[in-house]
Design a protein around this ligand. Structure first.
Ligand SMILES: Cc1cc2nc3c(=O)[nH]c(=O)nc-3n(C[C@H](O)[C@H](O)[C@H](O)COP(=O)(O)O)c2cc1C
Length: 352
């Protein structure tokens, strides 16, 4: 799988998720089998480039290549400037966000709202491609299947994007109107794949190896993008890779191994965010990791009341020590369907 001339280790992608796919999480997913990960969206607004939030989102220290940054905004020139700015800071691929359903991205109607205005959407794509091409940086586009059930315009937008020089398109099989409700459909993804000669990535509700195989079959897509099912379960990428390669399931990971991954993740998280913010934002990752485990809900409630790194790590250690005494392999490691899961984007995460 390639994006322009950039060869990827495999065709399993981490979906960009604001408030989730920061550098520590992306690096963990890449370590555990993901071939590619895009940053959380970074605002195109120049006045916010130096904000703490945007700088953290644009932090790629130590991350394995390729470094891919998603930008969001509504003004073509501003988006082109944002692309150049992020290339200067290490981006090797620029992704344009036309997939996020939040009402307001950067205080304007950006993200998937842009799909409603194809002229503006393509003006943005052309401006960003013009900014990136001289630097040899490919531009990719993430979109939904359309604006609403009667306006599934992913195909025409994808064609126009390809004609404008986009190197890859990812399609989440829901309309903007659907938010995260209902189920993803893959017919639109299949139609986009059939019409384009650039790589097409299928996204939406892929939570098990079997679903991954089925979505590949139904769409013919070049790659799969997985979001919510990787929350608390970043080893899903190697499970899917193994299943696609062999037709067999990997055993559940050892409880001690999961403990080690989570503990390392926490330390990387605190290093990026500092104690106060780090402890708070780590709660969701810990919560996702334990929610399907014995006593996980009670533990989560107790853990959410802890306010410092030391107590949080100690609580995780105590919980997993006890779990590992009873279970060599992670118990109840059944994936929870992404479609039925309540992991909606947090309003805080969406704000630029
Ligand atoms: C918490 C959260 C934050 C998200 N943030 C972004 C984002 O910043 N940019 C984007 O293009 N999509 C964003 N999405 C959408 C995901 O990339 C993906 O398209 C969607 O979750 C469907 O894939 P899934 O069913 O595998 O989760 C977000 C989704 C979630 C759940």
């Amino acid at each position: 799988m390639r994006i322009a001339s950039i060869e990827l280790p495999n065709a399993l992608f981490v979906a960009p998720m604001a408030g989730v796919t920061d550098r520590p999480f992306r690096m963990l997913c890449k370590r555990l089998g993901a071939g590619y990960a895009v940053s959380e969206m970074v605002t195109s607004r120049r006045d916010l480039w130096d904000s703490l939030k945007t700088s953290r989102r644009a932090d790629h220290v130590g991350e394995p290549a390729p470094i891919a940054v998603q930008i969001a905004g509504v003004d073509p020139q501003e988006m082109a400037d944002a692309a150049r700015h992020n290339i200067d800071r290490g981006a090797q691929i620029i992704d344009i966000n036309m997939g996020c359903p939040a009402k307001k991205v950067c205080n304007k109607w950006a993200g998937s709202a842009l799909m409603q205005d194809e002229v503006l959407a393509i003006a943005i794509v052309q401006a960003v491609v013009a900014a990136c091409a001289p630097r040899g940086v490919p531009v990719t586009l993430k979109m939904r299947s359309g604006w609403c059930a009667t306006e599934r315009n992913a195909l025409s937008l994808a064609r126009a994007a390809q004609d404008s020089g986009v190197a890859m398109v990812a399609v989440h099989g829901r309309t903007r109107e659907q938010g995260y409700g209902g189920h993803a459909e893959y017919d639109t993804v299949a139609a986009v794949k059939a019409a384009l000669h650039i790589p097409v990535v299928a996204n939406g509700d892929i939570a098990t190896p079997e679903q991954a195989r089925e979505v590949l079959r139904a769409t013919g897509a070049d790659a799969l993008m997985i979001g919510r099912a990787a929350q608390g379960r970043p080893w899903i990428f190697r499970e899917i890779a193994h299943f696609l390669a062999t037709g067999a399931h990997l055993p559940a990971p050892a409880t001690r191994q999961v403990q080690a991954w989570l503990t390392e993740h926490l330390h990387a998280h605190y290093a990026l965010y500092g104690e106060r913010t780090g402890v708070r934002s780590a709660r969701k990752h810990i919560g996702w990791a334990v929610k399907a485990l014995p006593g996980g809900q009670d533990f989560r409630d107790r853990m959410n009341r802890l306010d410092d790194c030391r107590s949080q790590v100690q609580a995780v250690t105590d919980y997993f020590d006890e779990l590992a005494d009873r279970h060599l392999l992670l118990p109840q490691a059944q994936p929870i369907s992404a479609a039925n899961d309540a992991h909606q984007p947090e309003s805080d995460a969406i704000a630029a």
